[in-house]
Design a protein around this ligand. Structure first.
Ligand code: GDP
Length: 287
């Protein structure tokens, strides 16, 4: 296994976000956590189970256009059997987005809707808290779902962001929580997968080590993707795989050595933009 420095998060944000979530929970009927379908568990917030106690919950497996469909189905079954409502969608292609509101009403908030029907107040507003760690596509999701544009002021740097309600039509409102939800930074396997997907800024990482780890992972789980994209054999250490990619792409420096930094940037860019195919980096436990 190649070595890589630990990835750290910013503890300063955590207490504030935690407080904000807890103090706003009473305002919502359910909590929707957006996940990256390529790394569903690694893109979950480690404290959400504890923070949202008792509230109906739902997962949105976003970026499903880049994830392995078979793996996404397994994750959907896994979360369903754990009692969660779950939908898969792509904010990029729009696929699956129409399933979101029906899943909210018919599954996550089924009991509440039943009570409301009995009382004859079916059309009372439904309020959802939308949460997600950075880069899962939370803003894209909210913007695509929202019928009206968000207030301009919130986008200006230096203007304190406050929580805001975004109307979805159909009497559904989403609470877009400001504040940064932290990922599983204590779990270095999860942190690496987050880095592979681009959720952690590359300037704090050793990208050659990162690309080597990614290649090692792909050689084991998606060997066909490496053969097809780079015409390399999926064997050897991660760094050897990286050198092979660079050599195949003609990324050489004087003396004939491979420019592994350029190769690393290429591998990471191509993985992140889906050019290596639809890839999921983790499966439910026990699979
Ligand atoms: P946030 O930090 O969670 O608010 O994430 P953003 O909404 O800023 O999205 C992060 C990146 O992921 C952006 O480059 C988006 O264009 C991209 N993105 C969001 N949703 C999808 C999706 O469903 N598929 C793909 N391929 N990219 C997406």
């Amino acid at each position: 296994m190649s070595e890589m420095a630990d990835i750290q998060w910013f503890p300063g944000h955590m207490a504030k976000t935690r407080r904000m979530i807890q103090s706003n929970l009473s305002l919502v009927d359910g909590v929707v956590e957006i996940l990256d379908a390529r790394i569903p568990e690694s893109s979950r917030n480690p404290e959400m189970d504890r923070l949202v106690k008792g509230k109906p919950r739902m997962f949105v497996l976003n970026k499903s256009d880049m994830a392995d469909d078979d793996a996404t189905s397994r994750w959907m079954n896994y979360y369903r059997s754990a009692g969660f409502t779950v939908v898969k969608l792509s904010c990029k292609s729009g696929n699956g987005m129409k399933n979101f509101l029906p899943a909210v009403k018919e599954q996550m908030l089924e009991e509440l809707m039943k009570k409301r029907r009995e009382k004859g107040i079916e059309n009372a507003p439904l309020r959802l808290m939308i949460v997600g760690i950075p880069n899962v596509g939370k803003s894209t999701f909210i913007n695509r779902m929202a019928k009206s544009k968000k207030a301009k002021a919130e986008d200006r740097p230096g203007v304190t962001r406050t929580k805001q309600w975004v109307k979805l039509g159909d009497n559904v409102e989403m609470l877009d929580m400001p504040g940064v939800l932290w990922p599983k930074f204590e779990d270095q396997m999860a942190a690496r997968k987050l880095a592979f997907t681009g959720a952690v800024k590359d300037d704090i990482l050793d990208i050659e080590a990162l690309a080597s780890l990614l290649l090692e992972n792909l050689a084991e789980n998606y060997p066909g993707a490496l053969k097809e994209r780079y015409k390399i054999e999926p064997s050897g250490t991660g760094f050897e795989l990286l050198e092979n990619v660079g050599r195949k792409r003609g990324m050489l420096v004087s003396g004939g050595e491979v420019n592994t930094e350029r190769a690393a940037i290429t591998v990471l860019d191509e993985f992140r933009s889906g050019k290596l195919g639809r890839i999921t980096l983790e499966l439910p436990e026990g699979e």
